[in-house]
Ligand binder design. Structure first.
Ligand code: ADP
Ligand code: MG
Length: 223
């Protein structure tokens, strides 16, 4: 479980303080599909960065499987992230000079160069329906295919959690549905928790638990 306690993230912009996250308490259990919704600027990406250990809070705690990692050294936080958390970005964030296969196995190689990361990557690409595309470069793939490569990459180290920040925002409706179905399939097949951000109320249907943000605070569902 990931626990977030009294979490705040403030940005100082000259005289002004932006309260991007303003006192959040949250528990994210394993094997769930959770939507994180809210208007643009409500703090969704900031919260995801905190949960995904990509950034540190102004105050409060992030506790992963009982361990408070808020103030751990960068190296320890990176290792926890590689082991437990997969991240999927709106813009796919694949390395352009690496093939689909290399993109997928890179975090596996980083965590454990002696492991069979290559075979795991091939299997994952097959699972996301790209078994025949693993030698392609990102630019040779459609947006939806690139995002499926990014999902395979997020799963290479068998994480307990996949955090997806507006994973379908750049895609047409058919590719979007395909990406959401792929994420749900991974939840069913490997039991990984999927926490996805969306600002489309329609995407609620994919999740069984819903989190709503407004001005950096959790609020009751408003749609
Ligand atoms: P969302 O993902 O819901 O659109 P964000 O988490 O990106 O919202 O941003 C929440 C608020 O924090 C916004 O007002 C945004 O401008 C501000 N913000 C986010 N990142 C930074 C930053 N690095 N520096 C200053 N302000 C930021
Ligand atoms: Mg955002």
């Amino acid at each position: 479980m990931i626990k977030v306690n009294s979490l705040k993230k403030y940005y100082k912009m000259g005289e002004v303080t932006v309260k991007a996250i303003d006192g959040i308490d949250l528990e994210i259990e394993e094997n769930k599909v959770i939507s994180l919704m809210g208007k643009s600027g409500s703090g969704k990406s900031t919260l995801l960065h905190q949960i995904g250990l990509l950034d540190r809070p102004t105050s409060g705690k992030v506790i992963i499987d009982g361990v408070d990692v808020t103030h751990e050294k960068d190296t320890k936080r990176s290792k926890k992230r590689l082991e437990l958390i997969g991240y999927v970005f709106q813009e796919y964030a694949l390395l352009p000079e690496l093939t689909a296969l290399e993109n997928v196995y890179l975090p596996g190689m980083m965590l454990d160069p002696k492991s069979d990361y290559k075979n795991r990557a091939i299997r994952l690409l097959e699972q996301v329906g790209l078994g025949k595309r693993y030698k392609h470069l990102p630019k040779e793939l459609s947006g939806g295919e690139q995002q499926r490569v990014a999902i395979a990459r997020a799963l290479i180290n068998e994480p307990n959690y996949v955090l997806a920040d507006e994973p379908t925002a750049n895609l047409d409706s058919i590719s979007s549905e395909n990406i959401m179905e792929t994420l749900l399939k991974m939840n069913k097949e490997i039991g990984v928790t999927i926490l996805f951000v969306s600002h489309d109320p329609d995407d609620k249907k994919y999740a069984t638990q819903h989190i709503y943000l407004k001005d950096g605070k959790l609020v009751e569902p408003y749609f």
